[in-house]
Design a protein around this ligand. Sequence first.
Ligand SMILES: NC(=O)c1ccc[n+]([C@@H]2O[C@H](COP(=O)([O-])OP(=O)(O)OC[C@H]3O[C@@H](n4cnc5c(N)ncnc54)[C@H](OP(=O)(O)O)[C@@H]3O)[C@@H](O)[C@H]2O)c1
Length: 245
Amino acid sequence: MIIGLIGFGKVSQNIVQLIKSNDIRFVTSTENRSKSTIEAIDDFNIGVAPTFEEVAKISDILISAASPKTALSIAKRYGKFSNGIYLDLNNISPETTLEINEYVDDLVDGAIIGKIDSDNPTLYISGVSASKLLFLNEFLNVNIISENVGDAAFLKLLRSSYTKTLTALLIESFDIAKNNNLENEFFDIVSITEGDNFKDDSLSRIKNTLDNPKRKSEELEELINYFDDENLVMVKAALEKFNQL
Ligand SMILES: NC(=O)c1ccc[n+]([C@@H]2O[C@H](COP(=O)([O-])OP(=O)(O)OC[C@H]3O[C@@H](n4cnc5c(N)ncnc54)[C@H](OP(=O)(O)O)[C@@H]3O)[C@@H](O)[C@H]2O)c1
């Protein structure tokens, strides 16, 4: 089996590292790619085709993992050459996923949950052919959501709305605890019900947000726009909080 990769960044590199099988060969292309990507392709010693069109044509599974901005143009350009499953792993909205579906015969949309460089990230997938990717369970956690393209993207968005809003509340509570010299006690008392990992997880989320407040605000704005018809009181309050950081 040949798995073609459009985009050879962190996501694709981790996939190659996780999926080790004599029956699977990875192929990508260096066409118009940056020095760092070409070096990574050389380091990983995977198959290299002269063009991405060729990659699309020869792959049983074609994975698009480039960037949210290029996901649609990549599908428009190479989707028609794909004869197998087209697995889109870009962080894109359900709307963009449905648009991509118009250019691709057999689309499966995927959402990677958890750190991409972890040993066992979880991949949520949806699409008519999603069940054909269950064999990947041998290498990473694969969960099928439904046969509806866009459901994986939708759930990823909803999850993101939940975790970001919670982080805004965490930042607020942590600040109050700190101002009263009770930060360790705050984590101890909340951990009783929220679990042993609560402190580490919370500090990591807080740091991640405080390091990138502008990006987090923009992501939240996109979420609010997407869920336009919903009554988003909490998420909008989180945006107000992020804008103050
Ligand atoms: N990192 C994560 O934790 C994570 C988790 C879930 C989903 N995702 C999504 O997965 C996608 C890839 O993420 P990443 O972290 O692997 O990104 P990354 O490390 O920035 O790598 C992106 C790769 O895509 C290539 N690329 C960009 N435009 C391309 C094009 N038009 N044709 C072919 N290759 C192109 C880049 O090549 P050049 O260097 O030549 O530009 C680079 O090799 C993104 O859409 C991201 O939102 C990421």
